[in-house]
Design a protein around this ligand. Structure first.
Ligand code: IMP
Length: 222
């Protein structure tokens, strides 16, 4: 019989991605779609604190005794804005959106393609937290890059159309601006390149993989 992980999400795409990863461990992932007011979003400035608080709350709503529960939180952290919108990314996106973010950075311009990427540097960060029945395991993933000067493309969701990921080397490590890596969007945003390319950079995938590495019998898949 396979172990069930209840994943606190109502997002079908996230659920599918987690199911794919956990299948390697013969673990089944099911969506835990609780009423909106069941989980209180804590006031915290970092994703791990938010994820741990949600795990602690979700544990009281599990459909079966002794099951595992997972949460995942992500956000966009812009260096020039001291990490804003960060844990407030969802709210920032639904209020000021991509155009509002671009306005906040409109003074950060430079003709030099490397300098402007440094001025507008940012990263997507993700934290996946799992209660395994005894303790909370944490996996973290990051995707470094820069904020574009205009909205580009319509693929993906959220801040994808304004985020240009840093090129990656063969091992998947991010390179500094101006260095061409073997994995590259050639200066285009996630909004232009779409999900297949984005998957190679994904902060969410990296967080899940780091989490899985802490579980017994994990063997890296594709
Ligand atoms: P969540 O915790 O994964 O729901 O992410 C919170 C918010 O951060 C989302 O509503 C988006 O605005 C933003 N965000 C997180 N990950 C991404 C991403 O991969 N692309 C674009 N926006 C993202």
């Amino acid at each position: 019989m396979s172990t069930t992980v209840w994943f606190l999400t109502s997002n079908a795409g996230k659920l599918e991605e987690a199911q794919h990863h956990f299948k390697q461990l013969n673990m089944e992932v099911k969506g835990l779609d609780l009423p909106e007011n069941a989980i209180v979003e804590p006031q915290a400035t970092d994703l791990e604190t938010v994820a741990r608080s949600k795990i602690a709350q979700a544990m009281h709503h599990l459909p079966s005794e002794g099951a595992m529960v997972m949460v995942e939180d992500a956000g966009l952290f812009v260096d020039a804005l001291d990490g804003f919108p960060g844990v407030y990314s969802s709210h920032a996106f639904s209020t000021i959106g991509n155009h509002g973010l671009l306005r906040l950075l409109s003074h950060l311009v430079d003709d030099d393609p490397v300098r402007i990427k440094n001025l507008r540097s940012a990263s997507f960060e993700a934290v996946a937290a799992l209660w395994d029945g005894e303790k909370v395991l944490i996996g973290k993933g990051s995707c470094k890059g820069a904020i574009a000067t205009e909205v580009q493309g319509e693929a993906g969701f959220g801040f994808d159309p304004v985020f240009i990921p840093a090129d990656l080397d063969d091992s998947g490590a991010p390179l500094s601006p101006g260095t061409l890596g073997s994995i590259s969007t050639h200066g285009q945003t996630f909004g232009v390149v779409g999900p297949y390319t984005k998957h190679q950079f994904s902060h969410r995938r990296r967080a899940l993989e780091e989490l899985l590495r802490q579980l017994p019998l994990y063997e890296p898949g594709e």
